[in-house]
Design a protein around this ligand. Sequence first.
Ligand code: GLC
Length: 579
Amino acid sequence: MSPAQGPVLADSSQSARGNVADVTDPAAALARPGDPGWWRTGVVYQIYPRSFADSTGDGVGDLPGIIEHLDHLAGPDGLGVEAIWLSPIYPSPGLDGGYDVADYSAIDPLFGSMDDFDRLIKEAHRRGLRVLLDLVLNHTSDRHPWFEASRASRTGPEADWYIWRDPAGTHRSGRPIPPNNWLSFFGGSAWQWDEGRRQFYLHTFLAQQPDLNWREPFVQEAVFGMVRGWLRRGVDGFRLDVFNALLKSSDLASNPPGRRLARSPWQRQRHLHDKDQADLLPLLALFRSMVDEAPGRMTVGELFAGDIGQAVALTRPGHLVFDFELLGQPWSAASFRRTIAERERAFGEAWPTVVLSNHDQSRHVSRFLRTLGRQDQRTHDAVAKAAAVLLLTLRGTPFVYYGEEIGLPDIRVPNALAIDPPARRASWRFPWWNRDRCRSPMPWTGDPGAGFTTGRPWLPFSPDHVTRNVARQAEDSDSVLATYRRLLRLRAATPALHGGGLRLIPSPGEDVLAYERELDGGRAVVAINFGLRRFVWAPPPGSWKVALSTGPRAVGSPLGDTPRAPQLEPLEALIALEG
Ligand code: GLC
């Protein structure tokens, strides 16, 4: 049976066709034949659409809001990023902030319409900005018509589109026993009993996020059709949500025990069978060949609970992988030195990503201030700037999470008031961090509503938003925002900084991290003082001039050939170029 014959497939291909027929401006796509890969030189900016800018006054960000603020990102006064990645914008019950997709081929009315989307692509491309969508392919919402059809019948065309299994037996109480010991990352068993089918279905995340069965060819066909539709609409690439979990072992064997003392039950298993299967590689290759049908497109896969080695093994030309080792480090030069050395060793010639914050974790400025035991605004800004130098000068493609360019901190949302679903069920048995804290609305101005909304924001603003906002920082040449702008321009103009190799330099004290970047003889040196004391620090031999300093050092001043070795001020980060 061909996919178009099943009723649900007919629906889905219909919407995919809708996607294709309405192609707005494919010629505007920024693909440049022969381009070695813009993602290796540029920086990607992650937008959490609910929290970026609200144009309707309902308190939730939307696509027209993003369009209104594109000049913040690109153009003469913009940050200077190369691409935006939008967290999911598809229709969704919103139980996991849109990572529970009910229709892959449409726009959630909460965020606007397909016309708004086409306008976003056009306006972004007009500014030289590329657009990446978030593809959540491991699971759908339980409201997706595919799941509704799959749940409705054991024999229908969609019966095997999800992972259904008979119970392993029946408890004395009469309760059915799940097919194996797999656990949901969001707490409890990964199996949900369905009274209708009298079978369990698998959900790696919420019970309302059933896992698709990627061993079913029709699933592949339907998803690929949908992806092609977005590509034809002018999308430049995708972030692939938890992509290493797409395939599970076909015999669904139970996982062996893992770290006995780990905090959560999920971590106390070794996940040998519910993710990271060998046939992910051919599936990825197939997916890439579709994306590569036109040049200039990139993908980045989110590694679900994996390490650097796995990230390297899954990295391909044009396909990057998020490993979260850097994101896990405290504000310590020694920890970053160790992690950078390990990553450089593991990645070799392969191209890494550089991530300090995203929509799932505490924002890095808040994490780092906790390590330092400081909360004052001066230290806050100094840490945000020094971390920006780190993020934007390491080897790899940096990802900036909205708000970090003004040093936006976490907000406090008690679990009892949490919107994030796993946080609502957190307990000592299921430890969970509240992800609401890193999703607060972007403060554009110090006005009521922060220039974000005229209504009531869906999450509170950060308490310092009256003083910490885009408008205020745009006027201050010493702000975090001004530092990001300078850094992004310097990075773009300096091949060693965006394309060079990286060599760690031994440092004089444990609080200093220093490294050199080099490409075709062009050299840049970066030094960051993580501590609150001054340090004498000498660059490697050469004639160095300061290109950027987050301290008082003047741009263009020589470094290293003064009678006394230069001192790094507390929390100062500097970049010097040779010549
Ligand atoms: C990814 C997303 C996260 C989501 C989960 C399930 O980890 O980043 O926000 O909850 O996948 O889709």
